[in-house]
Design a protein around this ligand. Structure first.
Ligand code: NAI
Length: 270
C-alpha cells in the first residue's frame, strides 16, 4: 500500500546486493512511495548483475562507487544530481564489510590492516558520503540520511567481532555529522538499529541462525524483517519525521529494552 510519502523526493540508495538486502527492500518501498532513485554499490558487487533487476523495477540508474574512494563518491553525486536535475532529499547508507569476520579471525586476534578496511567500509564511509555531499552542497534542506546499525554497538554479542566496534563508530559519525549538517542546512542524520535479518552480510556472523532465533524469542514483537525496516526508513525519509536527528533508533520488535521473555525462561527450564 502506498501513501505517497516520498512523492517528488530524490534519493540515493547504497548497498542493494540481492533481493534479500535491506537496501533492496528499501529501494522498492521508496519507489512505491513515489521517490525517484539512484542506486549504487561497489563495482565488484555490481558484476553479479543482480542490481539491474532492481534498477528496472524502480526505473533507477545504477552508478558504481566504492564507498572508500572519494573520486568515486564525487562522481556518484555529480551524476545523481545531473540525473535528478537538482539536489538530493535522502540517502540510505546500507553498507558493511567485516574483513576479520570474513577471514575467520577471532576478536582477540584481529589483523589491524583488515580492521582498518572494515572501519573504513562500514563506518567512516558514512563520513566520506556526508563529506562529499557537504563539499558539493548536494543535499536539499531537510534532507534525511539513514545508516543501518546493530545493537552490538551498545551490548556485547561476542561473535559480532570487530563489527561491534564498527557500528559504534558508525553511530558516532551519524551523531557528530548530524550536528554540523543540522546547523548548516537542517539535514537530519540517524542510524536505525535493526533486528538480525538473513542477508549476505548478516549470514557472515558466526552462529547466525542461533542468534536469529534467540533475538526472535527475546523480542515481544518478534524480529523486524527487512521489509519492516524498509517501511521504517520510508518514514524517516518523509517529512513526517523532519525534527528527528542525531538518534540511534531501535527497530527491533522491543529486543533492546527486554531483560528476558517467558519464551526464553521456558527454554532455560527444559
Ligand atoms: P548485504 O550484504 O545485502 O548488504 C551489504 C552491502 O554493502 C552489499 O550490497 C555490499 O556490496 C556493500 N558493500 C560492501 N563493501 C562496499 C564498498 N567498499 N563500497 C560500496 N558498497 C559496499 O547485507 P544487509 O544485511 O542488507 O546489510 C545492510 C546494512 O544493514 C549493513 O550496514 C549491515 O551491517 C546492517 N545490518 C544488518 C543486519 C542483518 O542482520 N542483516 C542487522 C542490523 C544491521
Amino acid at each position: 500500500m502506498s501513501y505517497n510519502l516520498l512523492k517528488g523526493k530524490k534519493g540515493i540508495v547504497f548497498g542493494a546486493l540481492d533481493e534479500k538486502s535491506i537496501a533492496w527492500r528499501t529501494a522498492l518501498r521508496c519507489h512505491e512511495e513515489g521517490a525517484q532513485l539512484v542506486l549504487t554499490n561497489a563495482p565488484v558487487a555490481m558484476r553479479m548483475g543482480e542490481i539491474n533487476k532492481l534498477a528496472e523495477t524502480t526505473k533507477a540508474p545504477v552508478i558504481p562507487a566504492d564507498v572508500t574512494n572519494m573520486d568515486d563518491l564525487k562522481k556518484l553525486f555529480e551524476e545523481a544530481m545531473k540525473h535528478f536535475g537538482g539536489g538530493i532529499d535522502f540517502i540510505l547508507h546500507s553498507v558493511a564489510m567485516g574483513m576479520n569476520v570474513r577471514k575467520g579471525k577471532h576478536y582477540t586476534e584481529i589483523d589491524y590492516n583488515w580492521n582498518q578496511k572494515t572501519l573504513d567500509i562500514s563506518s567512516m564511509s558514512l563520513h566520506r558520503v556526508l563529506r562529499t555531499a557537504w563539499d558539493m552542497d548536494a543535499l536539499n534542506e531537510h534532507a534525511s540520511v539513514v545508516g543501518l546499525t546493530y545493537i552490538a554497538a551498545q551490548r556485547v554479542f561476542p561473535d559480532y567481532n570487530e563489527m561491534a566496534d564498527a557500528k559504534a563508530l558508525l553511530e558516532a559519525v551519524a551523531r557528530n555529522f548530524g550536528y554540523h549538517y543540522g546547523i548548516r542546512k537542517k539535514v537530519r542524520i540517524n542510524t536505525v538499529s535493526q533486528s538480525p535479518v538473513k542477508t549476505t552480510a548478516g549470514s557472515g556472523v558466526k552462529g547466525f541462525d542461533g542468534f536469529l532465533t534467540y533475538a526472535e524469542k527475546m523480542s515481544p514483537l518478534g524480529n523486524a524483517s527487512a521489509d519492516d525496516c524498509a517501511n521504517y526508513c520510508v518514514t524517516l525519509f518523509s517529512d513526517l519525521t523532519k525534527m528527528v536527528t542525531m538518534q540511534n533508533l531501535f527497530h527491533d520488535g522491543g529486543f533492546s529494552f527486554t531483560g528476558v521473555t517467558q519464551a526464553v525462561i521456558d527454554q532455560m527450564e527444559k
